[in-house]
Design a protein around this ligand. Structure first.
Ligand code: PAF
Length: 279
């Protein structure tokens, strides 16, 4: 496995693979990899001749008061992890390699990005769409893998690829959870022991919501109200949002007619965590 930091190096390596007729799978990440990323990397390895992982904490998708500086980083550990899963190449650029002086072109999306996380993180999806477009242009993969935990991001990327006729298949992969249910996230490392326990309220509430739907609830408003009430039983939790939205358009729904995305963002202390289910 090679680790490179320039666009040219990636292009040269991928061009050689292409000459040999190899297919390329791609997993864009911000690093500090966990089994959630691992499941994406394993899929990319399994479904393609070559697998590329990018590790780049993208400054453009963080708001001014967000955790860009403190976002956890560990390239050495990440490299070993990727290698153990059979990845062929890590692209780990410096911010200057991605955003040269005078950088002024952006990929922006309306509608889908104006709900859920887009409301509380107004610059986030512009940063995500811009960096993912750049990464797709650099790596030119056949397939790219994203986690369902960031369900809105997955929908936004699929929509962008369709809108802009990008030649890549976007594949969504299931949420990977800790044994006790908490969705795996690089941001879980921010939690103190007490907060880690409190954070279980997210997955417990997701499972509760899923059970309500299984037992026949069709009213999205009632479902969301019950889920909100459950989160409020945890004193360390503060709801950013819990909403039921159309799985494609991200617009709020009142009825649970499939496919509906039930998504939440909840602060545990200062850490903002997300979770969801689709019904
Ligand atoms: O999901 C992430 O880690 C990031 O948003 C992504 C897709 C790598 C873009 O920076």
């Amino acid at each position: 496995m090679q680790v490179v930091s320039t666009v040219k190096e990636v292009r040269d390596i991928v061009a050689e693979w292409r000459k040999e007729g190899k297919t390329v799978g791609f997993v864009p990440t911000m690093g500090y990899l966990h089994e959630g990323h691992g499941s994406l990397i394993s899929k990319a390895v399994e479904q393609n001749d070559k697998a590329v992982v990018s590790i780049f904490v993208n400054p453009m998708q963080f708001g001014p008061t967000e955790d860009l500086e403190s976002y956890p980083r560990d390239l050495e550990k990440d490299s070993k992890f990727c290698e153990s899963l059979g990845a062929d190449l890590i692209f780990h650029p410096e911010p200057e390699e991605m955003y040269h002086e005078g950088f002024s072109s952006f990929v922006d999306m309306t509608v889908l990005t104006e709900e859920l996380c887009g409301l509380s993180r107004p610059v986030h999806f512009r940063g995500v769409c811009t960096v993912v477009s750049k990464l797709f242009n650099i790596v030119q993969p056949d397939r790219a893998y994203f986690g369902q935990k960031d369900a809105q991001q997955l929908a936004v990327i699929k929509h962008m690829v369709d809108d802009l006729n990008m030649n890549v298949e976007v594949i969504g992969c299931p949420i990977i959870r800790e044994e006790d249910g908490l969705a795996k996230s690089s941001r879980n490392t921010y939690l103190s022991a007490e907060e880690r326990k409190a954070a279980l309220i997210l997955s417990k509430t997701i499972f509760m919501g899923q059970k309500m739907v299984e037992e026949g609830e069709t009213d999205a408003v009632k479902l969301v109200e019950a889920m909100k009430k459950n989160i409020e039983t945890e004193p360390l939790a503060k709801i950013d949002y819990i909403k039921a939205v159309d799985g494609m358009t991200m617009q709020q729904v009142t009825e649970l007619k499939s496919p509906v995305l039930v998504a939440m963002a909840v602060y545990i202390g200062k850490t903002r965590l997300i979770d969801n289910f689709v019904c």
